[in-house]
Design a protein around this ligand. Structure first.
Ligand SMILES: *[C@@H]1O[C@H](CO)[C@@H](O)[C@H](O)[C@H]1NC(C)=O
Ligand SMILES: *[C@@H]1O[C@H](CO)[C@@H](O)[C@H](O)[C@H]1NC(C)=O
Ligand SMILES: *[C@@H]1O[C@H](CO)[C@@H](O)[C@H](O)[C@H]1NC(C)=O
Ligand SMILES: *[C@@H]1O[C@H](CO)[C@@H](O)[C@H](O)[C@H]1NC(C)=O
Length: 206
């Protein structure tokens, strides 16, 4: 299993060439989108699903994978995460009973590795941050010290998306029409409480 994964990585590495910056600028080769769906409210915040999609036709993200960061606008913190992890816990000294995943004001999040235990995985996670063209990466986070309604929850700002040997520039976070989720096996449709979108454009190879 492990050798199969290594072989896949080697194969993927061969295809990890990106167009040059002049090509990127002269043609609309796509972008990376980050969709942040607030799925439910919690006692002190909300649970969100974050989906990263690589809409680029020629650009793959190779090991050691993507990293994402943003800036909270209030005192938000991350109670827990599934399918990804925050690289730094930050100062959680004010929490005595349950220790949060991260209290950093500007958290950085990375994907988990394929060998992650199943109970810590989620759909589209755990590929070591590798994103092929058209590929998706997801994680779930429980946010605390956040508003508990769509009138009070604050949009995180200054999203940064980084990838090995590639530089991206992310646009502003936009409050968009809440995502509708359609369940194939029933006639039920549900809707996110709030949805925020960010688009990141390939800037240059580094
Ligand atoms: C992102 O890429 C898609 C696919 O190429 C394109 O349709 C869309 O306009 C792009 N969005 C931005 C903001 O550049
Ligand atoms: C909050 O939810 C209400 C009811 O669904 C909706 O009418 C309103 O536009 C939402 N506000 C924001 C900021 O999303
Ligand atoms: C938000 O991003 C998702 C995922 O890329 C996309 O499907 C959706 O159309 C976007 N919504 C808006 C209003 O741009
Ligand atoms: C969905 O609705 C259609 C039309 O009302 C019905 O024929 C079908 O059996 C429904 N499917 C399920 C899984 O409920």
């Amino acid at each position: 299993m492990e050798s199969l994964f290594s072989a896949m990585i080697v194969l993927l590495l061969v295809t990890f060439s990106c167009f040059t910056s002049s090509e990127a600028l002269s043609s609309n080769n796509g972008n990376i989108t980050i969709k942040w769906d607030v799925m439910s409210w919690s006692p002190d915040g909300y649970v969100a699903m974050v989906l990263v999609t690589n809409h680029q036709k020629q650009c793959s993200i190779g090991p050691p994978g993507w990293k994402m960061s943003w800036t909270w606008t209030k005192k938000e913190m991350i109670w827990s995460m599934t399918g990804a992890q925050a690289t730094e816990q930050g100062d959680c000294s004010m929490f005595k009973k349950f220790i949060p995943e991260s209290c950093a004001g500007k958290p950085t999040v990375v994907d988990l590795l394929p060998e992650t235990p199943y109970n810590l995985q989620i759909t589209n996670c755990c590929k070591g941050g590798v994103l092929t063209p058209g590929g998706k990466s997801s994680f779930q986070l429980t946010v605390g010290n956040a508003g508990t309604s769509n009138k009070t929850a604050r949009i995180p700002v200054n999203f940064m998306f980084t990838a090995p040997k590639q530089q991206y520039i992310c646009g502003p976070t936009k409050n968009v029409r809440p995502t509708r989720f359609i369940y194939a096996d029933s006639n039920r449709t549900t809707q996110a409480m709030m949805t925020w979108n960010v688009t990141c454009i390939f800037h240059k190879a580094t």
